[in-house]
Design a protein. Sequence first.
Length: 621
Amino acid sequence: MRLLLLFMITTTFLSSIEIEKAQTVKIKELKDGTMMVKIALNYENPIEMSRRIRGVDGIYNLPLPIPGSWKVLSAKGYLSYSPSILLQKDHSAGVINFNNMNIKQFKLFKYEKTGVKFSINPKYIKEYNQLRIEMIQHYTDKCEDGASSQLWTDINLIDSYIEFHIEKIAIPEEIHSLTTHMIDGKQYKIEPINYVISKKPTDKELLHYAHITGAVANSIQYRMAPISVSNSLELKEHNVIVSPKESMKQKLLSLKPHFLFDNDPIYSLHFNKKNLQPLIHNSINLSLSSSGVALLSKKAFHGKSASLEGGKIRLSKLPILDKDNVTVAFWFKANSKRTKYLEFGFENYKLTLNKRDIGFSTHKGDIYGKRVKLNNGWHHIVARFNSQDIRKNSLYLDGKKLKLRRVTGKIKKENIAFTSSADISGYGAIDQLYFFDKTLDSKTRSKLYKLAKQYKKKSYKEALFISEKLLHDINVLINPISPDKIILLISPDEESKITDVIYGFYKKDLSLYFRQGLNIDAVTIPPKADAYSAKDYIPVDTDISFRELGYETTVLRGWYPPSISIDFKVYPDHYFNSKDTIEAHLNYVFPTTVNSDSVSNIFINDKFAKQIDIMETSKTG
């Protein structure tokens, strides 16, 4: 059983085509951190070495998707081909088209020995792209037979290529990053994934990872995924960890140098949601005033911030009445048109941010702090409150400690006390608020400021604590060593819910979730179906009529009648080699006026498969 599970984990629908495909994609890392990715034109089917394009106007189409983790800096290509020697040299030409944009025209015999080089303007490149190579071929300048065997050009697919100059982009901590980065079906070369498994895994744990392997295979279209199994994070690869929340924190200890861990706040507040309801860490109650508080998107600190115009945000049920010290840290942006900016504090004991000074106050007439002059940008504040002596308080502005003194008024010692609720009020904007029931050490204070700046610069999500990053059943964590890699955390509250959460990968379209975290409330697993009975898939050992696929009798008229397109799917565990065939029987009736040289061309996936003589096959179908 255990050997079978390990086999399921590390084997993802391998095929000889996938092994050969590695030879069609070559990646070269450059000193500046960018990469050159060279893709041979036979990357879709590495067995196919060349393609013969026939007819007066022969066309070869090739899809070129761009993985979500790429930023394309430039692109170029090379086309190697051999035209028929019977073609006219002056009248035979080629056209290279990218997303319906003509990027190169050339005469066939001018480049027949050297091949054609071309470049692609990055502004033409989209998420999904189409490269079209069109050969305009003539063997005479008089009346010619468009189906003549003289009209052909061979494209050398293994030597022809597209080369992208790319840089890998930092992956956002959002659920849709899973299908647009880690298990992105648009990848040309699937990136390795590391499964972090306990040193003595149970059969149930192995089964969880086996189920994840199926989800991964489904997303990357059943191609080979290089999967490794280890007992620790491999930070140069994508990682997957499955564990309930409490034990997950222990598994993430290796990230301690990169994220805060030991000093989790009792409360944190962020605003990256559609409405004013913030992302709240911990179970403290929050209330917002009905007016005077709104979301700020333009020039926000990160994503969205809270804008206060006389409104109030109240934190209640704070478990701090028996504490000697508490610390609050947040980013703020003052409203320069106001004399009074923002306040954070308890009933009488507050941190006050005014136009000319910052400090602590015990009533409306005093300030124990420092005179400062703030610019109009965002500033970071860390304030420690002592419950007995205001002189034991401390302030850090943008990472620097302020030397405090009595600026105005007289301190009321009887007002120096904590209450079970605290208010944020005034005029200005705030974001990324953390509340601690203790004094912070210097290392944590420094990280609060430096990490937040780093995250803002790199457009990471703003959560700075491990516990914040485990708020949901499915969480995406940025790899702190390689920002273009993902750490996927499957971490429901209870182990019994893990199976449902993993099945959620199949049930949910993860690309639609442009936010961090996803909770799976319930998963309904359908009853077992007969083998090879999935919708839109056809069995290969049974005759299937076109009518069963939803197609009725069709009449084709005119000089250029429209083509008939019949869609069907074959199960991904069926492998077709070059000797296998798919049989199709056409039953048709044509009028006696049709020319004797009329033919029907049959294509599979836009690739020419067969040409039939309508007259010859009319009796047999």
